[in-house]
Design a protein around this ligand. Structure first.
Ligand code: PGA
Length: 258
């Protein structure tokens, strides 16, 4: 299975800054077999960056979209409008769930819309700090995984990527907590088990990533977890040397594994 290194730039960088940053990355990133590097800039920058990028080295992802293709949905952008610009689409990020109140119903519609439009959805799931404290992690992960995939046909399961992002470990939320590799291993195992019980063997082909305060210093410890197929990176993806280091670490860990 491929290893995925995905940078989520969130609401950072102007179009000009995004373009300059991508230029820097393209000069340093070399295409590597089995390694997929993706960046998700603001929707505003997608057009410019899609003309600029070399998709063999760096692919683009959308941070958000609406599930309908066209219509009276003020302020929204659809898969039909962005599908020629991106290969991936992040869905159900905790900021969408908790700041913008997206529900599992919104999220399942988006996952299905992304697949219909030929994009790979990256479905984010993860428990909050209080859910973890109350011992609800397993239930939350199960509900979010199965809820998000509800409208996905069994044969389309392998078109989905799942990202485990414990909300309490996301740096942008002011969190000082960092998930240990053991925390992550347990959650990834739970997610894989949930998929296996529902979809059978196909579950083994679904990439599962980890995200939450990933930096070059801890990237290796997460990438070395069996069953971890890559990383979704927020803050550290905004700093070129950090992001480039993480890509190099992913290459090394992958080579060592094979
Ligand atoms: P972080 O964000 O790496 O800044 O913790 C991860 C994410 O929100 O995807």
């Amino acid at each position: 299975m491929k290893t995925y290194i995905v940078g989520n730039w969130k609401m950072n960088f102007t179009v000009g800054e995004s373009s300059l940053y991508l230029h820097k990355l393209l000069a340093k990133v070399h295409a590597a077999r089995g390694l997929e590097v993706v960046v998700a800039p603001s929707t505003m920058a997608l057009q410019t960056l899609s003309l600029q990028t070399d998709r063999r080295k760096i692919k683009l992802g959308a941070q958000n979209f609406y599930h309908q293709d066209f219509g009276a949905y003020t302020g929204e952008v659809s898969i039909a409008q962005i599908r020629s610009l991106v290969d991936y689409a992040i869905v159900g990020h905790s900021e969408r769930r908790y700041v913008f109140r997206e529900t599992d119903k919104d999220i399942k519609l988006k996952v299905a819309a992304a697949i219909r439009g030929g994009l790979t959805p990256i479905l984010c799931v993860g428990e909050t700090e209080s859910e973890r404290t109350f011992g609800e992690t397993a239930d939350v992960l199960r509900d979010q995984v199965l809820g998000g995939l509800m409208d996905v046909a069994k044969e389309d399961l392998t078109k989905v990527i799942i990202a485990y992002e414990p909300v309490w470990a996301i740096s942008g939320h002011g969190s000082v907590k960092v998930a240990t590799p053991l925390d992550v291993k347990e959650a990834l195992t739970l997610i894989r088990k949930t998929l296996y019980e529902t979809y059978g063997k196909k579950a083994l082909e679904v990439p599962i990533l980890f995200g939450g305060s990933v930096k070059s210093l801890n990237a290796e410890s997460y990438l070395s977890i069996p069953g971890c197929n890559g990383l979704l990176i927020g803050g550290a993806s905004l700093i070129a040397p950090e992001f480039l280091d993480i890509i190099e670490i992913a290459k090394r860990v992958k080579n060592e594994r094979e």
